[in-house]
Structure formats: C-alpha cells, structure tokens
Design a protein around this ligand. Sequence first.
Ligand SMILES: C[S@@+](CC[C@H](N)C(=O)[O-])C[C@H]1O[C@@H](n2cnc3c(N)ncnc32)[C@H](O)[C@@H]1O
Length: 226
Amino acid sequence: MFNDIAGDYDLLNHILSAGIDRSWRRKAVKEALAGPDRRLILDLATGTGDFAIALARKCPADGMITGLDISSEMLAGCKAKIEKKKLTGKISLIQGDCENLPFETGSFDAATVAFGVRNFENLEKGISEMFRVLRPGGKAVILELSTPDNRFIKAVYGFYFHKILPFIGGLVSGDKAAYRYLPASVERFPRPNRFCGIMRDCGFSEVRAKALTFGICRMFVGEKSE
Ligand SMILES: C[S@@+](CC[C@H](N)C(=O)[O-])C[C@H]1O[C@@H](n2cnc3c(N)ncnc32)[C@H](O)[C@@H]1O
C-alpha cells in the first residue's frame, strides 16, 4: 500500500494534517535528542524521511541517523529528498522490517518511529526489536495518531477523518482504500494506557505518554535502563 501512495505521501500528509504534523515531529525530535550522548539514532518506518531529516538537522555534529523502511518506493522518495537537502553524509537508509531488525543488540542511542507502529503486523515484536537495538540508557520516542479524549472534538475529528480525509486522499492519490485504511487503523490502535503497558511488557522503563493537539497525536517515550 505504501509503495502505491509514496509519490503523493508528502503532499497529502501536510494538506490533511494542515501542517500540524511538522510541529509534532519537532517535539518528538527534541525529546529523542534530550539526554547525554544521543548520536546514533535509528528512525524506523522512516517513509519519505521527514522525521529522519528533522533529526539530522538537530543532532550533534558527529551524529548519524539510520532510516529504515520496508517500502522501496517510500525509500526512493526519501533518498531523493536527502540528496536535495545535502544530508547524504548524515543519514543512511536501509530497506528492512521493523519486526526483524538487521542490527546488533545495543547499537543505538535512541530509536524513533513516527506514524509507523500502527502498521506493524505484530506490535509487540516491533516494540521488542526497538528495545533490543537500543543501548542501556537509550531512549525510544514514538509518535502515533490517536482519537481525542474530548467528546466534542472526537465527533468533529471523526467526521473529518471518516468523510473528508478519504475523499481528499482518494482524489489526490487515486487510492481511496489507503485513506479508508488510515481511520480504521487509528481506531484499532491500542488506547494510550494499553500502549504504555505494551512498552513496559517489552522491557521499557520510565514509560510516558503525552497528548498533542487534543490527543489527535500521542507521543510515547520509554527508556532502556542502564
Ligand atoms: C505513515 S508512513 C510514516 C512515514 C514517516 N515516519 C513519517 O513520519 O512521515 C508509515 C511507514 O511505515 C512503513 N512500514 C510499515 N510497516 C513496516 C514494517 N514492518 N517495517 C518497516 N517499515 C514499515 C511504511 O512503508 C511507511 O513508509
């Protein structure tokens, strides 16, 4: 599915979120880089690379970002963007599956996923892999779309999400199914407390969730204890 929508992904992302996705990524980048020695960062489900690029711009001068994604088309878009922004020496890309990471245990200082965990076939496996590849003292930061807690906002958002978004998404990308999948997958995704529980079960400590923009987006943070 992501191979099919890769060409329109960036445009639709920014239109459909009215650009708010940029501010969510900014907050997550700040959180991921907070703490001592955050140089080697793994950005999972990196897609067309917006998060990896934001990390590369803010990480220490000797920092290095590795972006991993399963979709060759999303990675092709990402590669072109990285070249255009002259960040080739700062970001390396690899095609792979988040549920079976091709890295040694303890390889990274921080690991991030923006709007990717919702698509994992086996959520626990993906989160456990994230935990495994972090070094002791490492940190995971996960951004994911969510349903707001407030009833009124939830109703307005529900209308937008179920009616307007699939219409515009279908019109621009020609793939209405992909933009029907989006609200369905957000509703299927575990509520914040349960997701925090899954992170703890996978080994993370200091797990916390923060609601962004009325809970339309959530930022989850977990640490691998020393
Ligand atoms: C909604 S996009 C998010 C892209 C990017 N992180 C962003 O912030 O815009 C989700 C990405 O997850 C990738 N993905 C889904 N399941 C995956 C898996 N098991 N392993 C690696 N990538 C995966 C898709 O190919 C897609 O590029």
